[in-house]
Design a protein around this ligand. Structure first.
Ligand code: SAM
Length: 266
């Protein structure tokens, strides 16, 4: 197969390759990889980030679903002992397979179609992850960093901010990619807490509460939570006339903790 064949971007895999060196440098500077770092890169593609990471880490795993690109990367980096390529759907990858002495760092210019399920999957491995740097659609990054009362604030903001500090580092225009996406992108840094600052006593209750609340974001909490509050909400010291988008992460945790004390665990 020729290089030209390898490199025809596949829309179904969300392939928008980074071609702007200043942006690539900016992402690498933000990651600031070091000799001790064990890094997992999601969707290395043609290697725009890989080639800058590979000499600045202890180990680098690339997870690439596209077999042609995986073959290209294996060919190109076969001489690098520290590099391993896993040709698999990242949503099916078992992160416990990465044997490391310390924590993992995760990075990638993510395929946009899987970004939300991927973030939720990574949160389940957060105890092993020191940080994550991702290029995402700007609209997704806006949701990740949004605070209560802001328009993009929703389930994703609450669930990710429960587990991590989140920063938006830079906005990236469509011209930085080939082919150009229709929308702007942005780079986010997520750093999981060792221990969340506001701790849900029953995590399943917290998750269900946040899901139920944002399924009907225009409704008051009292209305959306009828299913979760079988006996009514009489025992709760909480303003249930509020709408979900007005509640901070701390308030969601407080409400979930009151619900589990009043009604037991789920
Ligand atoms: N890192 C490269 C860059 O910045 O130019 C490519 C980024 S491109 C937006 C996304 C990459 O993720 C593609 O190489 C694509 O084939 C790969 N990909 C898409 N879906 C994937 C999945 N489910 N698991 C692993 N890789 C995936």
């Amino acid at each position: 197969m020729t290089e030209a064949n390898y490199r025809r971007p596949r829309k179904r895999f969300g392939q928008n390759f980074l071609i702007d060196n200043a942006i690539i440098d900016g992402i690498i500077a933000a990651i600031n990889p070091g000799d001790e770092d064990d890094i997992v890169e999601i969707g290395p593609g043609e290697g725009a980030l890989t080639k800058r990471l590979i000499n600045r880490c202890h180990r680098l795993w690339g997870i690439e679903i596209d077999r042609d690109l995986a073959a290209l990367l294996r060919d190109r980096y076969s001489g690098h002992e520290r590099f391993n390529l896993i040709c698999q759907d990242v949503l099916e990858v078992e992160f416990s397979q990465f044997q490391t002495a310390g924590m993992l760092r995760i990075a990638g210019n993510l395929p946009y179609n899987i970004s939300t399920p991927l973030l939720f999957k990574l949160l389940t491995s957060k105890a092993r992850i020191s940080d994550m740097h991702f290029m995402l659609q700007k609209e997704v990054v806006d949701r990740l960093v949004a605070k209560a009362g802001e328009k993009p604030y929703g389930r994703l903001s609450v669930m990710v901010q429960y587990h991590c500090t989140v920063e938006s580092l830079m906005t990236v225009p469509p011209a930085a990619f080939r082919p150009q996406p229709k929308v702007h992108s942005a780079v986010a840094r997520l750093q999981p807490y060792n221990r969340p600052p506001f701790l849900a006593e029953d995590y399943a209750m917290f998750e269900n509460l946040v899901n139920a609340a944002f399924q009907q974001r225009r409704k008051t909490l009292r209305n959306s939570l009828k299913r979760l509050l079988p006996a009514g909400a009489a025992n709760l010291d909480f303003d249930l006339a509020a709408r979900p988008e007005e509640l901070s992460v701390e308030q969601f945790v407080d409400l979930a903790n009151q619900m589990s004390s009043a009604y037991g665990r789920l």
